[in-house]
Design a protein around this ligand. Sequence first.
Ligand code: PLP
Length: 426
Amino acid sequence: MQRKFFDIDDRLLDLAAQTESDIKSAFERIESNAFQNQQKVLASFINNNVGESSFTSSTGYGYGDVGREKLDKVFADAMECEDAIIRHNFMCGTHALTVALFGVLRPNDTMLCVTGMPYDTIQSVIGISKQPASGSLAEFGIKFDKVDLLEDGGVDLDEMRRRLKSDSSIKMVYIQRSRGYTLRPSLTVEKIEEICKAAKEVKPEVIVMVDNCYGEFVQLTEPCCHGADLMAGSLIKNAGGGIASTGGYIAGRSDLVEMCSYRLSTPGTGREVGCTLGHSREMYMGLFSAPHVVGEALKTAAFCAGLFSRLGYGVTPQPNDERADIIQSVMLRNPESLIAFCQGVQSGSPVDSMALPEPWDMPGYDNQIIMASGSFTLGSSIELSADAPLREPYAAWMQGGLNYAAGKTGILIAAQRMLDKGLLEM
Ligand SMILES: *Cc1c(COP(=O)(O)O)cnc(C)c1O
């Protein structure tokens, strides 16, 4: 007998059961990837002899913190690249990306973004945001150029080649793997490989850097296995497994990671300093859990896609599509439905379920934004969360879910709220 803890309409529960049979092939792929990625991470722990002593805490300068040094190696092995720095000192993904950009770019260099306009917070870092931010790359004489995406959301390789040939100042080709909050497809590692090959055919020494946010452990390999030189991301998304309470990473070619370390701390000290303050254990444990948790988030996304397409809504990606990040968008068609969906996700969260999110004028955005995030870690988006600007096509971007049972329940509670408000046709 099924016990009932939430008031969810039987018609929705039937649809949920049908949805789960629709998405069997997606689940098989997700579970197979999680199994292989989990083994990769376990092997990196074993090969590096992670032990109780790796979790010890340091203070002050943190000289000789063996746990910190070992974690860098474990993470580099898990990402299958030469080197990495993974630290609680990175305050967010934007910070890790910023350290990487300032770490390797120098005055008069050009950074060429080939995936159109980069993620909002990176625009301030570059110096192209509407309200100019102090301390941007532009203020240090680092130039920016971009190649717009093709109509179908693909990367315009021909235009990239033309720019690389005509502008000798291009030092870096920058790729954003995730869709972010747009409707373009996210980039698979195979697509990233095509970009890297095309760029290096024209200019072998160009540095290809990837914003890998939301992409870690979704596929079997990471961008640096496919020709990218450097990548960065956040630990309150995929790579922290829902356990790391803050932090980020930079990984890739060892000479470039080394340059970044001098920007993270100081020229001269680099990675020799940086106390761990007791964060090591949760960073190891988060990395260990990451392949599984990413799998649970991907299942939640596939379920959301399947349920809402059965309910008649446009979704991207499609339920059984191969994915390159954990983000799911659902086109909810009107503001009432969008608000009800986000409020439903919030009310189905383990933390702050009693809060009722409302659209608000967020600084730097042209439309009102509504956000649902009832998470243990503030702003964590590996936990079930949804964000949406109030504009056509009234799309909600949902991501995360620490475990599928809770993620699925959260999505059903969101659909139920829409039903209660008379917004669902069933
Ligand atoms: C989340 C994210 C970032 C970094 O954002 P933070 O909120 O600073 O962690 C950068 N790029 C993309 C595509 C992202 O999804």
